[in-house]
Design a protein around this ligand. Structure first.
Ligand SMILES: [Zn+2]
Length: 165
């Protein structure tokens, strides 16, 4: 099994058992690990550090634009998911937005502390002032009717077909 580990794997736990597996992470995850405990855990697990290819980053970004997740995903999140695509690994993350986009991209994922999404969600771009709805692919951030700043809200949810353990 190949596992791609995000920052929560090192921050939210005291120990991880990946002995039988190959583990991977990205340079941006390493940068997020600042405290002694997570750095020590990094040394123990000793994952291979790979910067994902541009094509894989693009796949994730394009999907995230469509689902409205692009504004809530960090560069690190995007890198971790992209590496999941590149090496066909299982993404390990406690982040609901990461889990959600993994489902959308049909990437296998696991949580580290058992906090899993129960439903898939989609976000919608809208104007909180006049109520106009926008496509998530709409490039601007300002309402073209009333000039207010656009926001995102969760609009659609779908039950997950598979239950994660
Ligand atoms: Zn408006």
């Amino acid at each position: 099994m190949k596992y791609v580990l995000d920052s929560s794997c090192f921050i939210n736990t005291n120990s991880l058992n990946f002995e039988e597996s190959e583990t991977y992470t990205t340079p941006s995850v390493i940068k997020e690990l600042k405290d002694f405990k997570s750095k020590a855990l990094l040394n123990i697990i000793n994952p291979e550090i790979i910067k994902p290819k541009k094509e894989c980053l693009r796949i994730v970004k394009e999907k995230a634009k469509k689902t409205g997740d692009i504004n809530v995903l960090s560069e690190t999140d995007i890198e971790v998911i992209a590496l999941g695509i590149e090496i066909e690994g299982i993404v390990v993350s406690d982040d609901f937005d990461v889990q959600n986009i993994c489902e959308e991209l049909r990437i296998d994922w696991r949580s580290i502390s058992g906090t899993n999404i129960k439903k898939l969600f989609k976000r919608e771009k809208y104007c909180p002032a006049c109520g106009k709805k926008f496509k998530n692919t709409f490039e601007g951030n300002i309402c073209n009717i009333c000039g207010h700043k656009l926001k995102y809200r969760v609009v659609k949810t779908k039950k997950l077909k598979t239950k994660k353990t």
